[in-house]
Design a protein around this ligand. Sequence first.
Ligand code: SF4
Length: 109
Amino acid sequence: MIPSQQKPNVHLAALPLVDVLSLLGEQGECKYDPDLHTGPDAFEPETLLERQARIDAAKDICDSCPVWAACLEYALRTKQSDGVWAGHTARELAALRMASRSGSLGEAA
Ligand code: SF4
């Protein structure tokens, strides 16, 4: 779900990716606990229930993030394949990209 006031705008699309990433690192709410959005490393086990609870908590943090739109722009442009970005899992981001390509994203707005 994309809140209408937080849709990516043309200015973000024109920014170099390195600048967008820098903005996320400086102002993103996840900077306080990045593992929440990326998950534990390969040596730390995580059950499916723990994973879902972590993802839900990460999405809640994204909901109030001041750079949400920039994060979504970055995640879509870089085709992130892991983690939670702007409240979306990699699978949800892929679905957004497909919807955007097919034009159905604009119809829902
Ligand atoms: S929207 Fe979420 S993942 Fe993106 S910078 Fe903010 S807290 Fe981090």
